[in-house]
Design a protein around this ligand. Structure first.
Ligand SMILES: [Mg+2]
Length: 209
C-alpha cells in the first residue's frame, strides 16, 4: 500500500463521507499533482531535507487558485529516496509539513500526500504503475476519468493513462527532458510551461483570480 499523509483524507480508517455527501463526492473536482518538478524544484540527488525543498515560482499560488476554483488537491509522489536510505519517514514528514505550511501561507490547501517509498520498479503503487492514483480515487470515492494528473516525467504520464485519468505534462523539473526523450508524449498530451499555466487552463476565465 502507498503511504498517505493527510489533512482531510483518513488513511487507514473508514472514509469520512456521510451518505448525504455522496453527491458531493461525485461532483467533487479533484486534481492530482506529482511533487518534485511540479510543485518544487527537482533534484537528481533527491530532496532529502526541508531545506532542499524549494517551491517552483508560482506553484503555491497555483494550488491556491485551484482550491478557490473548487479543486481538491492531492499529491502523488514516488519517494524511493526512503527505500534507498537517503532520508527517513520523519524527515519526509518534516518536508511535507514545510510544503503544507507554505501552501497554506499562499492561501491553499493540499488535502493529502500519497507516496511510495519503495525502490522496486514492480511495486504496483510506484509510478508508472497506476496503483497510487487508483488508491486516491478509491479513498476519495472519485472516478478518475477526466481527473487531471500533472507530472513532469513519463512515469506520471503512463500512470495517469493506466488509471484512466487525464495526463498533463509541465515543462518544469524534468519536463523539458521528458519532451525531448519521449516521443509518445508530444502528440497526445497537453503540455504547459508550469503549474500556474495548468491552473489557468483548468479554471474558467470568469473564475480566474
Ligand atoms: Mg516529478
Amino acid at each position: 500500500m502507498p503511504f498517505c499523509q493527510s489533512l482531510r483524507v483518513p488513511c487507514e480508517t473508514k472514509f469520512f463521507l456521510l451518505h448525504s455527501d455522496a453527491w458531493a463526492a461525485r461532483l467533487m473536482k479533484l486534481i492530482i499533482l506529482d511533487r518534485d518538478g511540479v510543485i518544487n524544484e527537482d533534484s537528481d540527488a533527491y530532496i532529502k531535507s526541508p531545506d532542499e525543498w524549494k517551491p517552483l515560482s508560482g506553484s503555491l499560488e497555483a494550488i491556491a487558485r485551484l482550491n478557490r476554483a473548487g479543486y481538491r488537491v492531492v499529491v502523488a509522489t514516488n519517494q524511493s529516496g526512503i527505500g534507498r536510505g537517503l532520508l527517513n519517514l520523519e524527515t519526509l514528514n518534516r518536508i511535507h509539513s514545510k510544503m503544507q505550511r507554505m501552501v497554506q501561507e499562499a492561501g491553499g490547501l493540499i488535502d493529502a500526500v500519497f507516496f511510495c517509498p519503495d525502490t522496486d520498479e514492480a511495486n504496483p503503487y510506484r509510478k508508472p504503475h497506476p496503483g497510487m492514483l487508483l488508491e486516491i480515487g478509491r479513498r476519495l470515492h472519485c472516478d478518475l476519468r477526466g481527473v487531471p494528473v500533472v507530472g513532469d516525467s513519463v512515469r506520471d504520464i503512463r500512470a495517469a493513462r493506466a488509471a484512466n485519468a487525464w495526463p498533463l505534462l509541465v515543462r518544469t523539473g524534468k519536463g523539458r527532458r521528458t519532451l525531448e526523450q519521449e516521443t509518445e508524449i508530444s502528440a497526445h498530451v497537453l503540455v504547459f510551461d508550469n503549474l500556474a499555466a495548468v491552473a489557468s487552463y483548468l479554471i474558467k476565465p470568469a473564475m480566474a483570480t
